[in-house]
Ligand binder design. Structure first.
Ligand code: NAD
Length: 269
């Protein structure tokens, strides 16, 4: 089953939950949207491309009162605050925020421009900052909230040719810990997921960019990458979505500040 086809009826683990998912137009975000829908959540699907979001919304097949679509650039702080406001107006509150939107740019450290660093930080880090600052006050005043940040294995170790991306994801892991500490007593949990290689447009982009830098073809890049993964395969986006459901639900009430690897065992060795 691919993310685009998920029709699992679920078992109501997110019944009554109102969730905002960024980067929901494709890849991991779309898979999370399908899993959240199947588990009973009401959804605000956000990303830059409204038409793609509408396709995802149509594929979800939810009743109109359980979905909304929002064209949102997460680098726009005012728009992030307005998005949380819109969710509140539509559904009455926001229970779960999934900060999934992200971009990837690969270069050697010396070839990265300052603009590349800035762009990666603007999307991958500041998008998370803006939305957490917008969502937390309401969650805290209601005494309940779930924040799920999609970081990366790149937030936990060093890797060649993507230092700026790794910096952005290390920052998300650190931010997750710090905000979890401050929110600890308020009923709001803040956790992160650190995926390894997942079959999405981003990983196709990674293959192309790595191949350009290393002078290898994309197949050789994949072979070298998978040699580091004990499971020996690229993960499916649905394999990230399962943990996102757990972290977005009441089941995960006892954990906060964690950044959990879903990487086929990649960082074991
Ligand atoms: P993708 O490129 O397939 O999808 C990215 C999504 O983010 C799209 O919906 C896109 O529209 C959205 N987006 C990008 N910039 C945005 C912006 N400024 N404002 C709003 N939305 C924006 O990527 P993916 O692989 O599904 O990645 C999702 C998340 O998972 C990212 O944070 C990524 O860093 C992380 N991740 C992916 C992998 C992987 O192997 N695919 C591995 C580790 C971490």
């Amino acid at each position: 089953m691919t993310a685009g086809q998920a029709k699992d009826p679920g078992s109501g683990r997110l019944d009554g939950t109102v969730a905002l998912i960024t980067g929901a137009s494709r890849g991991i975000g779309r898979a999370i949207a399908h899993a959240y829908a199947a588990e009973g959540a009401s959804l605000c699907l956000a990303a830059t491309d409204r038409a793609k979001l509408e396709e995802v919304e149509a594929a979800l097949g939810l009743p109109a009162e359980r979905t909304m679509v929002l064209a949102l650039d997460v680098t726009d702080r005012d728009a992030c605050f307005a998005a949380v406001e819109r969710v509140g107006q539509r559904f009455g509150r926001l229970d779960a925020l999934v900060n999934n939107a992200g971009i990837y740019i690969s270069h050697t450290f010396l070839d990265y421009s300052a603009q590349d660093f800035q762009r990666l930080l603007d999307v991958n880090l500041f998008g998370v900052i803006h939305l957490m600052q917008a969502a937390l006050p309401g969650m805290q005043s209601r005494g309940y909230g779930r924040i799920v940040n999609i970081a990366s294995t790149a937030g936990k170790w060093g890797s060649r040719n993507q230092s700026a991306y790794n910096v952005s994801k290390h920052a998300v892991v650190g931010l997750t810990r710090c905000v979890a500490l401050e929110a600890g007593a308020t009923g709001v949990t803040v956790n992160a997921i650190c995926p390894g290689f997942v079959q999405t447009d981003m990983v196709e982009n990674l293959k192309r960019q790595y191949a350009t830098i290393g002078g290898a073809d994309a197949d050789a890049v994949v072979k070298a990458a998978l040699a580091r993964v004990p499971m020996g395969r690229v993960l499916d986006p649905t394999e990230i979505a399962g943990l996102a459901v757990y972290l977005g639900s009441r089941e995960s009430s006892g954990m906060t500040g964690q950044s959990i690897l879903v990487d086929g065992g990649m960082l074991l060795c």
